[in-house]
Structures are given as C-alpha cells and as structure tokens.
Design a protein around this ligand. Sequence first.
Ligand code: ADP
Ligand code: MG
Length: 310
Amino acid sequence: MGLIRKLPPSVVNQIAAGEVVERPSSVVKELLENAIDAGATRIDVSVERGGKDLVRIADNGQGMAPDDLLLAFQPHATSKLADVEDLYRIRTLGFRGEALAAIAEVSRFRCQTRQADAPEGSEVVIEGGVAGPIRACGCPPGTVMEVRNLFYNVPVRRTFLKSDSTEAGHVVETFSRIALAHPEVHLTYRSGGKVIHDLPPVTGMRERIAIFHGRELAESLLWIEGRLDQIHLWGYVAHPSQSRSSNKGQYLFLGGRYVRDRSLGHALNEAYRGLLMIGRNPVAFLHLEIPPEEVDVNVHPTKIEVRFRD
Ligand code: ADP
Ligand code: MG
C-alpha cells in the first residue's frame, strides 16, 4: 500500500503561509509591495495591536476588475509574470502570486477595490482561506486590504508572536524600508488610531533617513555614486563617527527592493576598514540598479535574499 498522498490546497496554502507570513510585519511588507506594484502614489497603513488585530492598507493604485479579485487570492495567480522567461527580467516587487493566498489562509481578510474608470468597486471577504461572494461596493479608486486576527485559525503560530510593541517595531521597520526605497510615494502610518508618520512625497532619501534614523545621522551623510557598465550604485554613506554595533544601519535596495546580501555587506565593511573601531559597523543607504537578468530574485520566499550572476 502506497503512503504518499497529494496535499489538499488548504494544507498547501498553510505551508506557503508558513514561509511568507511570519508575523504582522510580513503582511505589511507584502501588501505595501503590492500597492507599489499597482502604481500607487499614496498609501495609508494602519495597525491595531502591532498588527495582530488589524493591518489595513489603502492605496490609490490601479485597482482590480471584479473578475480579477477572486483570482488574486488564488495561489500562484499573478498579473506580473506570464512565462518562464519573465522570471529572469522581473521589474516588479512581487511575482510569485503567493502572498494574498497565503495571508488570506491565516486571517480574516477583506478587500475592496476599484479601477479608476469603473462605476463602482467590488469587495470580497475571505475567512481562513474560504472566500465569500464578490459584491459590488462603493469605494474610491484604488484598493483597501484589511487583515484581521492574524493566525486566529493557527493558534500555535499566534503564540510565537511577541508583545504588541515588539510587533509594532517590526512593522515600523518594514514601513521604513519601503519609505526609504520609494520617497516619491506619500505614505502614512497609524498605530492604535494615532498618526505616527505622515510622509509627503520627496525627491531624495535624506529627509526620510532623518525621520527614521535621526537628524544627526542624516546630517553626517555623504552622497556617493558610481557606474560600471550597466551597473549603477548610488545613495548615502554615513561619516565614520556614526557607526553602529550591529549591521542594522545598513540598507541596500536592489531595483527598489530591500535586500540583505553578505558579500555586499562585507564589501561595505572593507571600504570602512581602518576608519572604524573593531566591532563597529558602518551606516549606509545604498541603491543598486543592475539589469534584471543579472540577478535571480527567486531564491527566497520573501525575496529578501537574491543571487547575483557575477
Ligand atoms: P504577486 O504580487 O506576486 O503577483 P500577490 O498574491 O501579492 O502576488 O497578488 C496577486 C495579484 O493581485 C497581483 O499580481 C495583482 O495583480 C493583484 N493585486 C494585489 N494587490 C493589489 C493592489 N493593491 N492593487 C491592485 N492589484 C493588486
Ligand atoms: Mg505581491
């Protein structure tokens, strides 16, 4: 008698959710990336209890047609890829078509969306992966995603969550990465109904660095820029007087996506060698643009790590 069985879709989604959704800040990351990919110029984020009770993200992006709304929540459903070649020329933040299905599997999800030229919007509620009917609704152009009671149906995972303030800290860190990578987007952040950040669009990162990392650091920044063939590196590095005991002050954005990369981190440390005391780490906010075919972003479920061809 054979022992192998094909897992039902709900189990497959739960496993995917385990990779993509670790905590409320993972939800914030995925929904913010979707809003950026939808071309939003304004995004409002609000959370209750560090995002455990509610993550709500409203954007003024392109919205979805009613027919697309249900598809959006299917696993491996995406508008960002068509064939396998596309996988090697990705210019969007998302492409795996996994996030919405995974999040909706482990929360109470409500989505309202409207395309600018549509007379009305449409709405769907999904509880623990079970979708209700698509209904017409009134809403402004764009999309509102509401994720309530994360992990309500996976109690073990809920116990892994930390205090409200710790979870809120992770959310702010995630929010700040998007805010630094996309200064052209108006972003707001509310926690417990209180406005914590209201960031109007700006042209460079500097003002936003000051907001998240302090004036003193922002004033010590040095602009750097370099090009080699089709590679463009630019951004700010901090004066050596502004070092950190960890590498948490190092922000690397690859094509507008926050990534971590050990070899690039190492290169940065090498550049500061002799300028910092042992055990201190430089602070930097760097953007790297390289042709998409030179980098594989499909090596990590949350895409935080990438693989360079060279
Ligand atoms: P991916 O981003 O990898 O495509 P997701 O599960 O995050 O996968 O989203 C599925 C699809 O839903 C997206 O490809 C996009 O077409 C649509 N979508 C998601 N969020 C939004 C949004 N805020 N505005 C418009 N469309 C969206
Ligand atoms: Mg996505």
